[in-house]
Design a binder for this molecule. Sequence first.
Ligand code: KG4
Ligand code: ZN
Length: 351
Amino acid sequence: MRLFCDMYNLKDYKIKPQPVILAIESSCDETACAIIRGRQVLADRISSSASTQALYGGVVPEIASRAHTDAVGEVVRLALSDAGLESRDIDAVAVTYGAGLLGALLVGLSFAKSFAYALNIPLIAVNHIRGHIAAAYLEDTSLEPPFITLLASGGHTAILRTLSYSESEVLGSTCDDAAGEAFDKVARVLSLPYPGGPNVQKMAEGGNFTVPLPSALIRHGDGMTFSYSGLKTAVINYCHTLAQKGQEVNAHDVAASFQKAALDPLALKAVESAEKYGIKTITAGGGVVANDYLRNTLSALCAERGIKLVLPAKRRCTDNACMIAAEGLNMYLAGNFAPMSVNARAAIPLR
Ligand code: KG4
Ligand code: ZN
């Protein structure tokens, strides 16, 4: 162990202004590798086990870990080839260390440690959620804090005031389920396959907002709070009541009404928060931000109120390694490097 630590020695490492960062993401069912130079994306590879997971109706952790083990070497090789680079051209390795499935995280983390150790370059341990927030930096390379961030993924739903590259204040969040989780559960009620979110969106096409559902916003004002558990239960009760009466459920209307109840409050509160704090820019991140209804609603509100909106490309809303590279770059420039002893973490609190 002593010999190991002595050999990995970054004492004389000089921080570069435009580093080449290789990033690895493996927190759930996507094995991803990206390479950036400064904020320019050179490679963006994603291998997903979602089609295998769909056979089981959701993510099976052991299947995810095995799929990462099979894919990680290949996505890194392909990313280097896409970028036209060799391993020795990489200045630092960023990797998701949490939150996520432990076994899945360990595959990416172990690979990243070996890579950094072999090249004697910095290892940067990235919080997955901070990666979702940072995805917008690659979309608009001139973007600087402060901005309001709408974060909506499978595990988190919050509106944050991003004050600096390392600091975000939570202005409001869900008190129970995350928005993405509710999409996945509503998909099950409507007998739609995994992954739920995109399938609910598809089902909502052509649907009307005719199903009475409670809004996901349950408290206004300073401590705005969202709830997705009540909304999900209302959808379940509506479908069960119709079934008991022998009536048919119009899945298009249920999906459209659910989307509206779930997403309108997020868009509205993001815009109101920007106005309240005199912030001119809104960004967003997380899988639910790939939703077209949310993107269109946010765009319309921001256009109406003169707010600049920076949305990551849909591919960079769901899990990817570009976002880990983007946050890795912020941490690199701050000299925030991880020791080789860094461990994976299943949960990291948002606050
Ligand atoms: O950010 P993400 O890929 O993983 C987490 O960090 O949680 O988010 C996954 C979540 C899932 O719940 C998925 O159903 C949802 O994002 N999602 C969507 C859409 N695409 C993915 N929800 C609504 N509409 C979509 N188009
Ligand atoms: Zn994610």
